[in-house]
Design a protein around this ligand. Sequence first.
Ligand code: LLP
Length: 412
Amino acid sequence: MNPFSDALLLSLAREHGTPLWVYDAATIRTRIAELRAFDTIRFAQKANSNIHLLRLMREQGVVVDAVSRGEILRALAAGYTADLDAQGASGIVFTADLFDHATLATVVEHRVPVNAGSIDMLHQLGAVSPGHAVWLRINPGFGHGHSNKTNTGGEHSKHGIWHAELDDALAAVKQHGLTLVGLHMHIGSGVDYAHLQEVCQAMVQLVKRAGTDLQAISAGGGLSIPYREGEPRIDTAHYFSLWDHARRSIAAHLGHAVHLELEPGRFLVAEAGVLVTEVRATKPMGSNRFTLVDAGFSDLMRPSMYGAFHGMGLIPADDTPRATVETVVAGPLCESGDVFTQAEGGVVLTRALPQAKVGDLLVLHDAGAYGASMSSNYNSRPLAAEVLVDGDSHRLIRRRQTVDELLALEQV
Ligand code: LLP
């Protein structure tokens, strides 16, 4: 999906240069509204942690998840605190499988509840912060994901506390006088929800087995979006009803109400964002035609990393008629894997697009999640700028990085 008109993207590209990330506030608000049935929507900010987007989330009553010290500091900069909101949910929760020393200190300083993915985390936290609020992230022994790299359950995944270790985790909670808030499960990203019922049942069984009281459960994230035209959109009402059913049977078992959290990243921001690039070269390569643009996997890594599909559109720089042609779309990096049209495993594909010329804009769709947040400085390329469009207005929410800023780190 591309929420923007060609005219707007052309004028933003002229004003800010390319490559350029452009986000639509209205799309984000719409996606939030679709998940309101959940007691708490906790945005997995790893998907897009620009503090202006975090502020937008906060204005909408969405709380956040943080997975690093940097993400905790971003949440604080956006005005979040670890205090509980009217629903009893903390503004920030730290989710990880380990603590580095600096992050542990920050979690303790700001009293950020911890969603622990290992028993070692419970011991390390308990030793310095007795009484600290904790969730237990459980690996139920199975998982799903749009690629093996985004499947976070099962015995090949490093995430969460293995389900059979739950008793040991609860013993560590007790030993240190930690305060158990709830159980959490996130089994993968972009998942096929045929298995959702299984996940919900696993949560109910875990709570029953735990034999301890708790206030909340978290369904994790993983809600997919239709990256390809015609792909079905997730049925959020059905999704909620399955989790609500699980929550009710847990509440009946415990004898009191249980709070239900959801932790989406992609669903809230993916469709709101595009990456605007400029075509800088076109060339034949045997039977293939290549269209080379000024963004690479250092900007948008998903196609190279997962063979992920992103819709594309061409905004011609002139009005000469353009035939539709099959083309490989690739970037400027010195790597043959720097191709936006590829399948998992690095198989180069082509895409049918209007024939591109140097100076045209090529727009990569559905790039608001895991786009800018996964960018790197590979090949000493500065991070691209970000713009937020809200109705008729738009503003720069991150300026383009400069090479001087990169070099400054090495002036030691
Ligand atoms: N909660 C936890 C504990 C997670 O690890 C994740 C994602 C989420 C929530 C949010 O998942 P989402 O709703 O966005 O699917 N870079 C990959 C996705 C990696 C996701 C990592 N964890 C991609 O571009 O598809």
